[in-house]
Design a protein around this ligand. Structure first.
Ligand code: 5AD
Ligand code: SF4
Length: 472
């Protein structure tokens, strides 16, 4: 590894130790019964969690597990949890509660495990320890590469185990990956977040920013392409700060250009970009690279400067709007999406109107809208929040209504145009579906042999959130 490729990794000896534990688990399980072992893995939350689950499943496969979609058939049930909003946590508690009966029936023949962001919070781990005694294994985001060891300890000792030690800033490279997206692939480029937006739990449960080396990312991207991947999404909480402080010879725009240079017919996407670090250099790289989809997910969170300040976002609406203006100048066809939080503590009607105004100006393709959810331990949790929940819900509906109008106008303008989509199985009888570069879904009749390939489709009937079309 040369000077420019310095990163901090889980030592090889530790990774080798996990491989030994995988073997021990395998032996222990096959000594118990000859029947093939099955795991049910359910993932909540964002793509970062999906990518983690692919690595957890890779390790489970190495231990000898196959996978099932039915919890009742499983020898191991694992939930990879999310902590971003209270609603996600409530769902996990509900779904874990529903496993009590199954555990009572199967006893030691079933291992119930919870991992991920939600359980990394000490108050949640404590609640699970006290009130959910039938959960056998609980491990946080920093122990994802230690599945074999943790599982072996539970299986061999027959005792429950909770492992939520905070991270040490290292990255586990070389884990086996069990991907299940066909020609679409997630490719993490960095982990953690340094931004501490005042409402957000992520920095507390995923630790500080750390980037994979350009070599590691490029090697994985090349392997994906030669395995047939056609749509690769680069992942990070804030991809624009990729490599910060690492001394790499590549920042994020450079990384995009290098991946774009890999020969092959495939698309590159990335998420998420933070407006404070989104630069003209990134937008120029997007514009120059023919494989980079012309879709920018740029979460604004609020259109009010006062709220953005209290959110600790480090940009204002003027800077955001000027970025959008530059992006559209260099990519006239760019599709832009965003995340918006409604009802942040102290948000007034005037603040909210600033958000509506910004949404009207930008004309997003689509929006992910959320009502603010109080997260224990974040600065916003201590802020005054006098707005009644009913008022927040009304604002939320108003924002969704506005975006619906904008989306309908945008999709109507796509009528009769031809778009290149990556074909996927459809969810409507007799129809395939595909996503445009801008990430809009088109459903169309066609030969299932097209699945996994790029196809040109003409839009015939636009709907608000998707389109119907025919092969062009
Ligand atoms: N309440 C509501 N939404 C939140 N998000 C993050 N934290 C919270 C919270 N406490 C939203 C942000 C972020 C998206 C992934 O989730 O909009 O961009
Ligand atoms: Fe949370 Fe802000 Fe980091 Fe995104 S950038 S993960 S919203 S703290």
């Amino acid at each position: 590894m040369d000077q420019t490729q310095r990163g901090r990794f889980v030592p090889d000896a530790e990774m080798a130790r996990q491989t030994e534990y995988a073997l021990l688990c395998r032996e222990l399980l096959s000594a118990r019964s000859d029947a093939p072992k099955k795991a049910y893995v359910h993932t909540y939350g964002c793509q970062g969690n999906v990518a983690d689950s692919e690595r957890i499943k890779g390790q489970l496969r190495e231990i000898g597990y196959g996978f099932t979609e039915t919890p009742d058939d499983a020898d191991l049930i694992l939930f990879n949890t999310c902590a971003v909003r209270e609603h996600a946590e409530d769902r996990v508690f509900g779904n874990v509660g529903a496993l009590k009966r199954l555990k009572a029936e199967k006893k030691d023949a079933l291992v119930i495990a919870l991992c991920g962001c939600m359980v990394q919070q000490p108050h949640i781990a404590e609640k699970l320890r006290k009130s959910y005694p039938y959960v056998d294994l609980i491990f946080g985001t920093f122990a994802i590469h230690r599945v074999p060891e943790l599982l072996y300890r539970v299986l061999s000792a027959g005792r429950r185990l909770i492992e939520i030690t905070p991270g040490d800033g290292t990255i586990a490279e070389g884990l086996p990956v069990e991907r299940d997206r066909g020609v679409k692939a997630w490719l993490p480029v960095m982990y953690g977040c340094n931004n501490f937006c005042s409402y957000c739990i992520v920095p507390y449960v995923r630790g500080r920013e750390r980037s994979r080396t350009p070599d590691a990312v490029l090697a994985e991207a090349r392997a994906l392409v030669s395995d047939g991947a056609k749509d690769i999404t680069l992942l990070g909480q804030n991809v624009n700060s990729y490599g910060n402080g690492c001394g790499f010879d590549a920042d994020f725009p450079t990384l995009l250009r290098r991946i774009n240079d890999i020969p092959g017919d495939f698309r590159i996407r990335f998420m998420t970009s933070h407006p404070k670090d989104c630069t003209p250099a990134l937008l120029d790289a997007m514009a120059d690279c023919e494989k980079v989809a012309k879709h920018l997910h740029l979460p604004v969170q609020s259109g009010s400067d006062a709220i953005l300040k209290r959110m600790n976002r480090h940009y204002d609406r003027a800077k955001y709007l000027s970025l959008i203006e530059y992006a559209r100048k260099v990519m006239p066809e760019l599709s832009i999406t965003s995340d918006i939080i409604v009802g942040f503590p102290g948000e007034t009607r005037e603040d909210f109107e600033q958000t509506l105004d910004l949404v009207r100006r930008v004309e997003y393709t689509s929006l992910f809208t959320f009502i603010y959810s109080k997260r224990q331990g974040t600065p916003a949790a201590a802020m005054d929040d006098p707005t009644p929940p009913a008022e927040k819900s009304a604002r939320f509906r108003e924002l969704c209504g506005l975006q619906e109008e904008i989306a309908s106008r945008r999709t109507a303008a796509m009528k009769d145009r031809v778009f290149r989509v990556l074909t996927e199985p459809g969810d409507e009888e007799g129809l395939l579906c595909g996503r445009t570069e801008g990430n809009v879904i088109i459903k169309f009749p066609g030969d299932p042999a097209l699945i996994g390939q790029f196809t040109d489709v003409r839009v015939t009937r636009p709907r608000t959130w998707m389109l119907y079309g025919e092969q062009a």
